[in-house]
Design a protein. Structure first.
Ligand code: PLP
Length: 393
């Protein structure tokens, strides 16, 4: 038995643990009496064109087209549609051969990490706060995971990065809009980051890649646009997913983009093909590839998330909590009124508020609230939050 895998399988993530707890509470007290902010499961339904496209495909295309194997990196027409969409939006010149279709961001990351690293002397850095599974993915690839401590604003921590990037650093994972903080890195920050990385590449005389994990790219508020990082830093690989922006998390569809400008781009793309083979990820779900071909330009209705963002942020600020203003994604990062966020999480449970302490995200003293819930949950939860806050007065 693989001990590491056994341990992973037996230890559920705290998010799953809390989600299960809230299910039990809902059975006990009634679903409307429990305020579950644990899971990042999109609450907005997919664009209606998704289901219409599926029905049309099933009615008009042969089963072998809808359900058969595509070529290993994905159907050419599908990848072409994605390239066309990005080229239009970002003024790029991608071809279908730059894309590898995957089963969502998790697969995109696992494949890219496997392709880029060879042994545990190879290091992958992630900036805190970070998506908890990064550590699992990096270690499964056989590499070493390093955490760049967060700065006060949860932006890019240049001082720490400067200290931490070393001769073994193969890549840095960037996640903007960020889960769990909701922060979106600005173009100026990213340009400064690119300068630092170029300096490090020169210093160590090897490539330092950025792996941009972007499942929330289209979930931004206040007219913000997420900068296209490959246009800012040459060695950028994108790991994308339609789980969040098209509300298709259960359908497992996404891609890896390896632009031509990336160092050794042909070899890196080929290594992704190899890693896809080795990990058994060849051929992303065929029907959903065809759906993406026809719906690549669409997103779910982001107004719902914006409404929830405003309700939760303004509501909790009014109660007295200190919160990070979310510019994107659907998470609110709230400062715990006591140093130990686990204790705060436990106190919140008394009021049937279920929230995730930040320790697993590489930061102490915060909790994450996923506001991909119905607005009613947020409105109804406010008196409970008030009672919780009063415990600290
Ligand atoms: N990366 C981040 C930052 C996420 O929040 C998630 C899912 O919540 C993933 C990756 C995994 O996404 P997928 O469901 O597409 O595998």
């Amino acid at each position: 038995m693989n001990k590491k895998m056994l341990e992973l399988g037996n230890n559920r993530s705290i998010i799953r643990e809390l989600f299960e707890f809230s299910k039990i509470q809902k059975e006990k007290y009634g679903a409307d009496k429990v305020y579950d902010f644990t899971l990042g499961n999109p609450s907005v339904p997919p664009h209606k064109a998704i289901d219409e496209t599926i029905i049309e495909l099933l009615n008009t295309k042969a089963p072998s087209y809808n359900h058969g194997y595509t070529s290993a990196p994905g159907d050419n027409e599908v990848r072409k549609a994605i390239a066309d969409d990005l080229n239009k939006r970002f003024g790029t010149n991608y071809k279908f051969t730059n894309f590898y279709m995957t089963c969502g961001a998790a697969a995109s990351l696992c494949i890219t990490l496997k392709a880029l690293t060879e042994s545990n002397t190879d290091e992958i850095l992630a900036m805190a706060p970070y998506f908890t599974e990064y550590k699992v993915f990096v270690e499964a690839a056989g590499a070493t995971f390093g955490i760049v401590p967060a700065n006060e604003t949860f932006g890019i921590n240049f001082a720490e990065l400067d200290k931490m990037i070393n001769k073994n650093t193969k890549a840095i994972i960037v996640n903007s809009p960020n889960n769990p903080s909701g922060v979106v890195y600005s173009e100026d920050e990213l340009k400064k980051f690119a300068e630092l990385l170029l300096k490090k590449e020169k210093e160590f005389n090897h490539s330092v890649y950025l792996i941009c994990d972007e499942p929330y790219r289209e979930i931004v508020y206040d007219g913000l646009k997420v900068p296209h990082i490959p246009s800012i830093y040459h060695n950028t690989v994108i790991c994308y997913s339609y789980s969040k922006c098209l509300s298709l998390p259960g359908d497992r569809i996404g891609y890896i983009l390896v632009p031509d400008q990336v160092d050794d781009s042909k070899d890196l793309y080929a290594a992704c093909l190899g890693a896809g083979r080795a990990l058994g990820y060849v051929c992303a779900p065929s029907l959903y590839q065809k759906v993406i071909e026809r719906c690549a330009t669409l997103t779910s209705d982001m107004n719902e998330y914006k409404k929830n963002r405003d309700l939760l942020y303004n509501g909790l600020k009014k109660v007295g909590f200190e919160c990070v203003y979310p510019q994107g994604a659907f998470y609110l990062f709230v400062k715990s009124p006591e140093a130990d966020a686990n204790k705060f999480m436990e106190k919140a449970k008394k009021y049937n508020i279920v929230i995730v302490p930040s320790d697993g995200f590489g930061v102490k003293g915060y909790v994450r609230l996923a506001y991909c819930v119905s607005s009613k949950v947020i409105i109804d939860s406010m008196p409970a939050f008030e009672k919780l806050y009063n415990e600290y007065k």
